[in-house]
Design a protein around this ligand. Structure first.
Ligand code: PGA
Length: 247
């Protein structure tokens, strides 16, 4: 399966930085062919400006959240059809930072996932245990519950395993931990969704960088990476794309 490398810019990028980053990505990626799918998820404020540039560079556009409703009295929120209107194709949902800072529950994430699918977006649903859950030996149980609670019936999309203890630390999970969890997630997806679960893409996220990516991407059931810090510089992001399987 073709792998996918997704950049999650989080709350970073004023217009000048965003332009420079996309110009750098476009120039460097033009030299790579064939390559994996590449998605970048800038903050909402940059989506409309960057959409044409990214399209020209063959880079897909993603967002970092959406509301569960199509429209209405939700001050400050952005709906899935609004994202589609701007040319967005993917949306990250249930990132641990949103679960923590915006009190998003599995149920919230599930409702947003339904809305994203209905609008024609590909949801990238994040799951992952925290340090305490890991120390207690509850990593798989936690992720199992999150998958069951966050993915709706008829789910079609991508699942990103992002252990919270690895995000932004510079220290990714070990190859063995990733292999064990990816196999567990695959089994859960097949249990819940039958044959469709066999081909759903599973990503690893959490301190992926140029040094560890060659250990991570070859792991069975890992179909790509969700990348934070290393997506903010073209020189750090492009080597990840280069390391990905193109078929
Ligand atoms: P990181 O972030 O690569 O900076 O650890 C990953 C993420 O939170 O998606």
């Amino acid at each position: 399966m073709k792998q996918i490398i997704v950049g999650n810019w989080k709350m970073n990028g004023l217009s000048a930085d965003a332009d420079a980053l996309v110009d750098g990505l476009a120039a460097q990626l033009a030299a790579l062919s064939p390559r994996a799918d590449v998605v970048v998820c800038p903050p909402f404020t940059q989506l409309a400006r960057l959409a044409p540039k990214l399209k020209q560079a063959g880079i897909k556009l993603g967002a970092q959240d959406c509301h569960k409703d199509k429209s209405g009295a939700h001050t400050g929120d952005i709906s899935a059809p609004m994202l589609v209107d701007l040319g967005v194709e993917y949306v990250i949902l249930g990132h641990s930072e949103r679960r923590a800072e915006h009190h998003e529950l599995d149920e919230t994430v599930r409702e947003k996932t339904v809305a994203a699918m209905a609008a024609g977006l590909t949801p990238i649903v994040c799951v992952g245990e925290n340090d305490d859950q890991r120390s207690a030996g509850d990593s798989q149980a936690t992720v199992g519950w999150q998958i069951e609670g966050s993915l709706p019936q008829g789910f079609r999309g991508i699942v990103a395993y992002e252990p919270i203890w690895a995000i932004g630390t510079g220290q990714a999970a070990s190859q063995q931990d990733i292999a064990d969890m990816a196999a567990f997630i695959r089994a859960e997806l097949v249990r819940q969704f039958g044959d469709a679960g066999k081909t759903m893409q599973i990503l690893y996220g959490g301190s992926v960088n140029e040094r560890n990516v060659t250990d991570i991407l070859p792991v069975e059931h890992v179909d790509g990476a969700l990348v934070g810090n290393a997506s903010l510089k073209a020189d750090a992001f492009v080597p990840l794309v280069r390391a990905a399987r193109a078929s």
